[in-house]
Design a protein around this ligand. Sequence first.
Ligand code: NAP
Length: 429
Amino acid sequence: MELLKGAPVAKELTARLKAETEKLGTPPCLAFVRIGENPADLSYEQAAMKRLEKAGMTYRSFVYPEDIDPEAFYEAFRAVNEDPGIHGVLLFQPVPKRMSYRRLAGLMKPGKDVDGMSFYNLSGIYTENTAFAPCTAEAAMKLLESAGIDLTGKEAVVIGRSRVIGKPVSMLLLSKNATVTICHSRTRDLPEVTKRADILIVCVGRKHLVDERFIKPGAVVIDVGINETEDGGITGDVDFERAKEAAGYLTPVPGGVGAVTTSVLAEHLLRAYRLCMEREDGKGDGMEIRIRYLSDQIDRLEYIGGKSDWIDLRCAEETFIPAGEMRLIPLGVAMKLPEGYEAHVVARSSTFRNYGIIQANSFGVVDESYSGDGDQWFFPAYATRDVTVRVNDRICQFRITRHQPEVTFTETGCLGGEDRGGFGSTGLR
Ligand code: NAP
């Protein structure tokens, strides 16, 4: 069995990042945003701080009490995102249940979203067009890459389907041409499934769930789990001593994925910093995106990603959708893309998944790509509020606000609707 240690990968990456950071005028700065004093959060924060220091980067911590009023927290979170001295933002999750994840994901600026929680970055994982994948998922991929493992055609099994690890890592494996199976707490006969795996990724959070009985001889096993031990240490989801009898490669805990995760975080911060600087430098190229109102129901269009020199968003009162269709497409956005430009658009919708023209994915996100050959039009989902446009490498966000504070839908009022649970109950916020 070959030990797949995180330290050498992390060390090499950190050294490269440090060399690049030294060439910058000001160091990149990460904001840690944390609610309460969860020991797991604290230990990750400390490890990440050390990693950033080693890479010549800085950070600030924003810590809020457990009982903070959600509205106050949203406002604070927005302010952190808006702070021009902060280039990347890491929000510790899960946030307390009374907070709206959707709201926070919408407030997170995609260009600063170093741990890939915003709708823009999350949905980009499914289109292989993300600015930032969640760091841990990417760290698992980096470990596989460091061992020179070719994933093409391999059977990969992931145990865990969380938004932060299980699902994204599955999509990253798929993008490398692995044949991916995702297991979870309802999977029947787990060892039977996992024993098919050439690559087994375990991200469950159950101490020593996996042992040699789950592992195909010679398989690569990546243990993402972090579980506390009685003596205050940590251990993985894989029983190392037993698993090493079967595995061909195995990551230790501690010293495996965790070490690489913080290096990926630093790598993302450097990228976020560069995105910020590009906007500040106004390295514009005359790119123009025109945003037009397509409905008289829209009240206001505001920039929430900061208006920048390189992108010119404009709005104009313009209603041209035929009256009959208005009911289905109450708002829209138009974009003019010159030749040679690629744009990627994500629009967060209400809970409606399908409204006849564009299908939003399961996050309620419309996710479309365009290439420039003249006028291009797109229509975000019914009741869309926040829209993110990425043109080549640059990101801009804006928000559409409507006159009508509340709209109640009926089943017949939304043709093509699939998400019946939302009918009649979904109001525009
Ligand atoms: P999570 O949100 O609790 O998800 C756990 C997943 O495991 C769920 O999909 C759950 O299935 C599945 N599961 C639970 N019990 C199972 C069982 N007996 N058999 C099969 N599947 C089962 O946790 P997470 O946030 O993904 O984190 C997973 C682990 O990674 C935790 O130990 C966490 O501490 C660790 N972690 C490590 C790093 C790092 O850098 N190394 C970073 C973050 C987290 P259902 O969906 O059916 O409930």
